[in-house]
Design a protein around this ligand. Structure first.
Ligand code: BES
Ligand code: MN
Ligand code: ZN
Length: 498
């Protein structure tokens, strides 16, 4: 969909559908009042009939409203005037998309730009709207034979600019929002693919394609090179699978002399648990265990499109985790790239083994900061559900920077402690450390494990196990934390090239 801003005359608007807000107590938003005036009280009269249920996001479609050119009007209930939270607002836009989806139309103009949302200026309104609209219209149907029933989404969405507002900054917002949703879409498309159609080799092909299109430097290590490098963690996980293992780095240079931000994404294209096999119920969702790597790809798509003036490196260790006669076994001791030996107590704690090597590897880029994104623990879902991504960091400034980007993008994180007190839980009496923690706090002990490989780095770990996809019948990748990380990068380069 194409997004733009415009401030044309309401009466002359010829979009297929105009959207207006109403408030508690059957009251009209400012632009809806204007519409009411042009239609000689038609709108207020309908509202007074009480059809529109006063619940955030509920809406009604009106046809051929007198006094205007546009054939349809969508009235959306927006709650209590001047007491609307960003969460309410997101719900309203989500519901609005649901309503729009049952109309076969090409062009929409939204006058919801005049409703005021707490801690949300027009730029944020637009950015949030673009992301939610694209999310609402997203559909993963490339594996369905019959696409006949699919409607084509609208082509243009116009944000009406209230008189008082400047359009300059908002053009940038639209550019950013569009680029972010394209990155998110790539992440979703990759993560939604089933594991048989998204092997490490196929991920490598996708990365090559992205690198070619976007002019990125790419380096793909195969098994021999990974062995030669000494990545014992990645190899241990990969040894149970027939699919060739890959270790990919992408490099984007947008600035001359500047330490890069390194992004590491867990890329387990299928996590069966290995010899410590997972239960069958819901195991199909473990195709999403490469969501971290998919996010790296999406973020690179966005930042190359926006030509951000900074340097970013992406690292993706890619493998399957399967049981077989050659698979790593509980009790096996492996040697990681860093030199630390690890006792593999549970083969299902595989993410940290491959991330350990990737984090050690990141040191060679002399990074400013390193952020890993990983569907690492089921425990983070118990702690935070599907709302916040879990964040653990060895650097408070970095943690605050990420937290702020989360608030801005509404792709939010919540911190968990990485105190020394937890470290003893991963002691081993055979090797340097164990790959699982004894006792509770499983998300934290997973991060403790990673912290042993990031002692020389400013590092943050994002556990996206609860946020990278939605479960159940409507299962789909969400594209998180692409929006968060792009916001984090945008903040680092306020003056990026236009
Ligand atoms: N990929 C899983 C984490 C996961 C589980 C994500 C469920 C989403 C839903 C990870 O590799 C894993 O299996 N972690 C184990 C660690 C445990 C063995 C210490 C877990 O969380 O159960
Ligand atoms: Mn696992
Ligand atoms: Zn996993």
């Amino acid at each position: 969909m194409q997004y733009s801003i415009n401030s044309s005359d309401l009466i002359k608007q010829t979009s297929d559908c105009l959207i207006f807000g109403t408030y508690q107590g059957k009251r009209l938003s400012q632009s809806a009042q204007l519409l009411d005036k042009h239609s000689q009280g038609y709108i207020q009269k309908i509202l007074d009939q009480g059809d529109l249920i006063e619940e955030c996001g509920k809406s009604i479609v009106l046809y051929n409203v007198p006094g205007i050119s546009a054939p349809r009007v969508l009235l959306v209930y927006c709650g209590e005037e001047s007491n609307l939270s960003v969460t309410d607002f997101r719900k309203i836009i989500g519901c609005m998309v649901c309503a729009l989806k049952s109309l076969q139309i090409d062009e929409i103009t939204s006058f919801l730009t005049d409703i005021s949302v707490k801690a949300c200026d027009l730029a944020k309104h637009i950015r949030q709207s673009i992301e939610l609209i694209e999310d609402g219209y997203y559909c993963f149907d490339k594996l369905k034979t019959d696409k006949k029933n699919k409607m084509s989404p609208p082509k243009r969405f116009i944000f009406n600019l209230p008189n008082s507002q400047e359009s300059g900054k908002l053009t940038d917002t639209i550019k950013e929002g569009t680029a972010i949703t394209e990155g998110i879409k790539l992440t979703k498309d990759l993560a939604n693919l089933p594991a048989n159609l998204c092997t490490p080799t196929i991920m490598a092909e996708s990365a090559k394609k992205l690198a070619n299109e976007a002019g990125l430097t790419i380096n793909i290590l195969d098994e021999a090179a990974i062995k030669k490098a000494g990545m014992g963690g990645l190899l241990a996980v990969a040894q149970g699978s027939q699919e060739p293992v890959k270790f990919i780095t992408l490099e984007y240079r947008g600035a001359a002399e500047q330490k890069p931000v390194v992004l590491v994404g867990k890329g387990v294209t299928f996590d069966s648990g290995g010899i410590c096999l997972k239960p069958a119920a819901g195991m199909e969702e473990m195709k999403y265990d490469m969501s971290g790597a998919a996010s790296v790809m999406g973020i690179f798509k966005t930042i190359t499109e926006l030509k951000l003036p900074l340097n970013v490196v992406g690292i993706m260790p890619l493998t399957e985790n399967l049981p077989s006669g050659t698979a790593v076994k509980p009790g096996d001791v492996i040697k990681t790239l860093s030199g630390l030996s690890v006792e593999v107590i549970n083969t299902d704690a595989e993410g940290r083994l491959i991330l350990a090597d990737a984090l050690t590897y990141s040191e060679r880029f002399n990074p400013d900061v390193v952020i890993d994104m990983a569907t690492l623990t089921g425990a983070i879902i118990v702690a935070l559900g599907a709302v916040a991504t879990g964040m653990m960091s060895n650097n408070i400034e970095l943690a605050l920077e990420i937290e702020k980007a989360g608030q801005q993008s509404q792709d939010r994180v919540w911190p968990l402690p990485l105190w020394e007190d937890y470290q003893q839980q991963i002691d081993s009496n055979v090797a340097d450390i164990s790959n699982v923690g004894v006792g509770g706090g499983k998300s934290i002990t997973a991060a403790c494990f990673l912290s042993r490989f990031t002692e020389n780095l400013h590092w943050a770990h994002l556990d996206i196990a609860g946020t990278a996809w939605r479960s159940g019948l409507e299962k789909t990748a969400t594209g998180r934390p692409v929006s968060l990380i792009v916001q984090f990068l945008l903040n680092r380069c306020k003056n990026y090239k236009k």
